[in-house]
Design a protein. Structure first.
Length: 482
């Protein structure tokens, strides 16, 4: 037998090596995918990998960077017509929902509305339950109704001493409750305000006067009362900061979530601002908290993204910190102080005026972290209906901000169990997760071409059965051609 030529031998070795690498890639990919789904099923997997939070305690951690805002020239999202397709038979839908396995699933409250508002399914829909983060839908609709989708929050600097005084000019950094104020400008989020830009504008104004040295105090009095909700246990400290009208980077000391928060967010923001002034050529000293005089001279200001974009980020990533800031803004309506108590009362009034309040509903915080909230599934689904209403375009961010099943936000790692295929890429819903509490509230387009709003809340269950049930039941609704 002839001896193989060296060139053929080398080619054969290379081909064999490539085949082995390809096989390893396929196998490792399969194992990786399988491992991810197993971890998700146990409640140990979250967006971005491992978490320091106990399984089943919270929604997926909020990424530090939210998705890039669409350019202003982009057309608005086109939603499916609520009346397309044949009407759904409620009995057929109920049969599909009843067929979903409920083994080891907790107490369920669920409701499904036709996009035009007709009730298609209701099982315990008026029973108040712990909503977890589906509570954010209530806060979102309340703040959109209070301020309007185009509202922007202003962070400003004022001069509290007259020019020419013997002491260095004294400035006050005034917080306007911008939940996404950054330390440095972020090219991925060009419409977000930053202390870097504010410091440059202040430095330019001071240099024009020949001023190069200042002192800086801070005013965070926009929201009255304590920042920490008394119903939150102290262990929540890595999931939410004490709410403040002045902070940067979500008050996250390491710019990650879960992670440590600033003990004094306003003081930390002032320290960061002083550092930015130094970079801009101004020597500054950080001072104490104070209230800026009503007649203080404006120096410069920066404005946040529009409220509808903020709401989209809050819903997509289940941002506890930002939601609590929005909750307090609702609490400033009609001359209120912005305290927790004022926010609770003002949000109830807004929901009542919108016609979605149900007796027995109880609002304690804005993010849903409190286990003392009591919200019926009916309320959650009716708020989604407001977003579907073409006559109420001010609420459209309630829909455009919802995570997409198996694709993004807090639903990116969901809808991979058997029986959830119909929901993948179709179901849009706000998640809710606390220990023994799981929920989904959103909308979907059924196989018959009908758009429906839904809410399902499960209490007193277990992480894996409850989550899989929610994914399957909303997929069953989506698959309905009934």
């Amino acid at each position: 037998m002839a001896t193989p030529r060296p060139r053929r031998l080398v080619a054969g070795v290379v081909a064999l090596a490539l085949a082995v690498l390809l096989a390893l890639g396929v196998v490792s990919g399969a194992f990786s995918t399988a491992a991810t789904r197993v971890l998700y099923g146990t409640g140990l997997w979250v967006d971005g990998g491992a978490s320091t939070v106990s399984p089943g305690t919270f929604d997926e951690p909020t990424p530090t960077a939210a998705p890039t805002t669409e350019p202003p020239s982009a057309p608005p999202p086109v939603l499916p017509a609520a009346t397309s397709g044949p009407e759904i038979d409620p009995q057929g839908l109920a049969a599909r929902i009843a067929a979903v396995d409920r083994t080891d699933v907790g107490r369920v409250g669920g409701v499904v509305f036709d996009g035009t508002g007709g009730v298609l399914y209701d099982s315990g829909g008026n029973t108040p339950m712990i909503p977890a983060s589906t509570m954010k839908l209530l806060t979102a609709v309340g703040v959109l109704d209070t301020l309007g989708p185009g509202h922007r929050f202003t962070t400003s600097v004022v001069r509290a001493t007259p020019a020419g005084a013997d002491a260095p000019p004294h400035l006050v950094l005034v917080g306007g409750g911008d939940p996404y104020l950054l330390t440095r400008a972020d090219p991925d989020h060009p419409n977000r305000a930053s202390l870097e830009l504010l410091a440059k504008e202040v430095a330019d104004a001071l240099k024009a006067e020949g001023v190069t040295t200042v002192t800086v105090g801070h005013d965070a009095t926009l929201f009255a009362g304590p920042g920490w909700n008394p119903t939150w246990p102290s262990r929540y400290g890595d999931e939410v900061a004490a709410t403040n009208a002045l902070w940067v980077d979500g008050a996250r000391t390491e710019k990650r979530n879960p992670g440590p928060r600033d003990a004094d967010p306003a003081a930390a923001a002032t320290k960061a601002f002083v550092a930015e002034l130094a970079r801009a050529g101004i020597t500054a000293t950080a001072g104490a908290a104070e209230q800026a005089p009503a007649d203080a001279t404006p120096v410069a200001e920066v404005r946040s993204e529009s409220l509808d974009v903020i709401v989209e980020s809050v819903l997509r990533h289940s941002d506890n910190d930002a939601t609590e800031v929005l909750f307090r803004h609702v609490g400033r309506a009609d001359g209120r102080s912005g305290s927790i108590a004022d926010a609770q009362q003002a949000l109830q009034e807004r929901l009542t005026e919108l016609g979605v309040w149900v007796d027995g509903t109880r609002i304690v915080d804005g993010s849903g972290m409190s286990r003392e909230n009591a919200i019926p599934a009916m309320v959650v689904a009716e708020i989604v209906l407001l977003g579907l209403d073409d006559a109420r375009p001010q609420f459209r961010a309630l829909l455009t901000g919802l995570p997409l099943a198996a694709a993004d936000g807090s639903l990116r790692s969901r809808f991979f169990s058997p029986g959830t295929e119909a929901g993948q890429g179709v179901v849009r819903a706000k998640t809710g997760t606390l220990t023994k509490v799981h929920a989904l509230g959103g909308y979907t387009r059924t196989a018959s071409g009908r758009t429906v709003a839904f809410a399902f809340i499960v209490n007193d269950g277990e992480p894996f059965p409850d989550r899989v049930f929610l994914d399957r039941v909303t997929s069953a609704v989506t698959a309905c051609g009934c």
